[in-house]
Design a protein around this ligand. Structure first.
Ligand code: PLP
Length: 580
C-alpha cells in the first residue's frame, strides 16, 4: 500500500500535492462507515481517472484501490486515444459522471469520536467536500510553459506538449529576450533576493526607476510597486477606505476578489452597483451625503466576460457626486493605448499618441487611482498603483501590505521595467494579439460556437454548466493537445460556466485552425449548445439574446492598420465582379 501510494504520488499531478498521511487517511475506512473508499471517490472526481475507471469498470474493493493508483500511472503514459471516447448518444452518461454525482456518494465527515481534541484533518476534508458539492473545487493542471516554444508547454510529463490557449501572458513577453537578457544581467549583478522590505534594505534604485516609468505611463505624479496587484488592490482600498472618515465605497458587481477583499478589510460601508449600470450607480451615489468621502471602484477590462467599464461615465458621476475613482487596469496594461497604458489611454488614442504626457487633457488624467499588474501582459510579476504624489505617499506610509513584506527581487524589477519601457514604444505585439482575437472570434461565430460578445481581447466560450465546461476542457487537453482552463462558479455565475480563451501574437494560423477544429469536434460529440440553442432558450450571458448589443472592438480597423487591407480587398472584389 505504502509503495503504491509513493508511486502514485510521483506520477500523478493531483496526488503529488497531497500528503501521504492524507492519502492514507482517504484510503482507509472511517470507523463505522459503510464499505466505500474515499480515495476511490477522489479518483472518480479526477478528470483522468474518472474516464479510465469508467472504461475499465474498476471495482471498489481495497485491492482495487491499489491497482487504481497504479492504473493511473499507466493511463498517464498511454496514448490519448486509449481513453474511452463517449459517443454523442452517451452524452447524458458522460455528464452524469461528474463531481456532483460523486459528491452525492461522499460520506459525511467522521469527526474524531475517540479524542476530545478538535479533528483538524476531518475539518479540512469537510470543508473540501463542500467545495466538491457546490462544484467550486479547483483542479490545477500541471502546465510548464516553454520559453523557446511559446505558446507551447509540457504537462506533467516533459514529452507531452500542448498549446496553451488561456494564459494571461497575453503578449508572450514572459519569454522575450527584451526582458530575459536584462534579468540575467541583473541577477548576476544584484543577486536573487531584494534583501528586505522597502523600508529596510530592500529599496533599490531599480524599484524607484520602475515607479517613475509607471507614473509616467499613467500620467500621474507617483506610483508604488507591490508584490502583486492582488496585494496592491487589497492594501490600497483597505488603507484608503479605512482612513477616509466615514468613507463609502461604490463597487461594480463584477469587481475582482482583490478589490472585494480590500473593501472588506477597510471595514467601510460598501454599495454594489449592477455591472456597468450607470443609472444604478447614480442612484446609489445620490443616497449618500455629498460631503461623505466616496470611492468608486471598477475595472477597465472584466477578464471573465471581456466587457469594458464605462470610464467616461464613471468619471463624470464621480465629479458630480464628489467621489474619487479607483480603476483596475490589470487586464488592459500593455494591451491598449498607444503606449500600453490601458483602456483609459486607448479612449483618446490619437491625442495620447501625439502628446503622451500628464495634463494633455485626456481621460487618463481624470482618474484618481489606476492599478495594474506586471504579471500579465508585462510577463513578469508584481503590481502597482499610480496616483497623486500625496496619495502614493500616504499608502506607502500606512499600508501594511506594502510596508511589512520583502520587496520584489531586483531581476524581477528590471525585467518588468524593460517590459513596460518596450511596450511604451512597440505596438506590434498588442496589434497582432487583437488581430488573432478577431480571427478566433469570427471563426467560432461562423460555426455557431457561442462566444460571449465583448469588445476586448478575451474569448469566453459559453458552456452553461460546470460539468460540460470541465468535460470540454479535459477533452481539449487529453484528446487535442490544447490547454484551456474551464471557468466555473464562483468566478462566474452558476449557469454561465465557460472556457476562457486568450489568443496571443504567438498563436499561428495552424494553431488557430487546430483550436477551431477541436472545439467543433467536441461540440459535435457532446451536442453542446450553439448560439441558436441559446437563442431558443432566450439567451444567456449575452449569447443568443433577442436584441443583441452592438459590440465594436476597442481596437478599430484604423488603429490595427486594417483599413488599407480591407479597402484593397474590396477594390479587388469589385474589379473581379466587374470583369465577370
Ligand atoms: N485585478 C484583476 C481584475 C485581476 O483579474 C487580477 C488577477 O487576475 C488581479 C487584480 C491581481 O493581479 P495579480 O495577478 O498581479 O495579483
Amino acid at each position: 500500500m505504502e509503495f503504491a501510494l509513493s508511486q502514485a504520488k510521483k506520477t500523478c499531478p493531483f496526488l503529488h500535492v497531497a500528503s501521504t498521511s492524507s492519502l492514507r487517511r482517504l484510503s482507509t475506512l472511517p470507523a463505522g462507515a459503510q464499505k466505500s473508499n474515499a480515495l476511490l471517490n477522489k479518483a472518480q472526481q479526477c478528470p483522468v481517472m474518472s474516464k479510465a475507471m469508467e472504461a475499465q469498470a474498476t471495482t471498489t474493493t481495497t485491492t482495487a484501490t491499489t491497482s487504481t493508483t497504479q492504473q493511473q500511472t499507466r493511463t498517464f503514459s498511454t496514448s490519448r486515444a486509449s481513453l474511452q471516447k463517449p459517443t454523442p448518444s452517451v452524452k447524458a452518461k458522460a455528464v452524469e459522471n461528474t463531481d456532483a454525482n460523486n459528491v452525492a456518494k461522499e460520506k459525511p465527515v467522521a469527526f474524531n469520536s475517540k479524542s476530545k481534541h478538535f479533528d483538524y484533518e476531518g475539518y479540512y476534508e469537510h470543508e473540501l467536500s463542500k467545495k466538491h458539492k457546490d462544484k467550486s473545487y479547483r483542479y490545477f493542471n500541471n502546465i510548464n510553459r516553454l520559453a523557446q516554444k511559446f505558446p507551447r508547454a509540457h504537462t506533467a510529463r516533459v514529452e507531452d506538449e500542448v498549446t496553451v490557449w488561456c494564459a494571461n501572458d497575453y503578449l508572450g513577453m514572459g519569454r522575450s529576450p527584451v526582458l530575459t537578457e536584462t534579468m540575467k544581467r541583473t541577477l548576476d549583478r544584484y543577486g536573487a533576493g531584494a534583501g528586505g522590505t522597502r523600508n529596510i534594505a530592500g529599496n533599490a534604485d531599480l524599484h524607484l526607476r520602475l515607479e517613475s516609468e509607471l507614473a509616467d505611463l499613467h500620467h500621474k505624479e507617483g506610483a508604488l510597486v507591490f508584490s502583486s496587484c492582488y496585494v496592491a488592490n487589497d492594501a490600497t482600498l483597505a488603507t484608503l477606505a479605512s482612513k477616509l472618515p466615514g468613507c463609502v465605497i461604490f463597487s461594480d458587481q463584477l469587481n475582482h476578489a482583490s478589490m472585494i477583499q480590500g473593501m472588506r478589510h477597510s471595514g467601510a460601508q460598501k454599495k454594489i452597483f449592477r455591472h456597468n449600470d450607470m443609472a444604478h450607480l447614480e442612484e446609489l451615489l445620490q443616497s449618500v451625503d455629498p460631503a461623505t468621502p466616496k470611492i468608486i471602484a471598477f475595472e477597465s477590462v472584466y477578464s471573465m466576460c471581456g466587457s469594458i467599464g464605462p470610464i467616461h461615465d464613471i468619471v463624470a458621476l464621480a465629479k458630480k457626486y464628489g467621489a474619487i475613482t479607483f480603476l483596475d487596469e490589470v487586464h488592459a496594461v500593455g494591451m491598449y493605448g498607444p503606449r500600453g497604458a490601458g483602456v483609459a489611454e486607448h479612449l483618446d488614442y490619437d491625442l495620447n499618441a501625439a502628446h503622451p504626457t500628464m495634463g494633455n487633457g485626456s481621460i487618463v488624467d481624470e482618474i484618481d487611482i489606476i492599478t495594474g499588474t506586471l504579471g500579465k501582459a508585462y510577463g513578469v510579476v508584481g503590481g502597482y498603483i499610480a496616483a497623486s504624489a500625496s496619495l502614493v505617499d500616504m499608502i506607502r506610509s500606512y499600508a501594511p501590505g506594502f510596508i511589512f513584506t520583502t520587496s520584489l527581487p531586483p531581476a524581477v524589477v528590471s525585467g518588468a521595467m524593460q517590459s513596460v519601457k518596450y511596450l511604451k514604444v512597440s505596438n506590434s505585439e498588442r496589434q497582432m494579439q487583437q488581430i488573432n482575437t478577431r480571427v478566433v472570434k469570427s471563426r467560432l461565430a461562423e460555426l455557431g460556437i457561442p462566444v460571449v460578445p465583448n469588445p476586448s481581447h478575451i474569448v469566453p466560450v459559453l458552456l452553461g454548466d460546470a460539468a460540460s465546461a470541465k468535460l470540454a476542457s479535459d477533452e481539449l487537453l487529453s484528446e487535442h493537445g490544447i490547454y484551456v482552463q474551464s471557468i466555473n462558479y464562483p468566478t462566474v455565475p452558476v449557469g454561465e460556466e465557460r472556457l476562457r480563451i486568450t489568443p496571443t501574437p504567438g498563436h499561428n494560423s495552424e494553431m488557430i485552425d487546430h483550436l477551431v477544429h477541436s472545439l467543433e469536434t467536441i461540440w459535435n460529440r457532446y451536442g453542446f449548445r450553439r448560439v441558436n440553442d441559446w437563442a431558443a432558450e432566450g439567451g444567456r450571458a449575452g449569447v443568443g439574446m433577442a436584441q443583441p448589443a452592438q459590440v465594436q472592438p476597442l481596437w478599430t480597423n484604423g488603429q490595427l492598420g486594417l483599413d488599407k487591407v480591407i479597402e484593397s480587398k474590396a477594390v479587388k472584389q469589385q474589379s473581379s465582379s466587374t470583369v465577370a
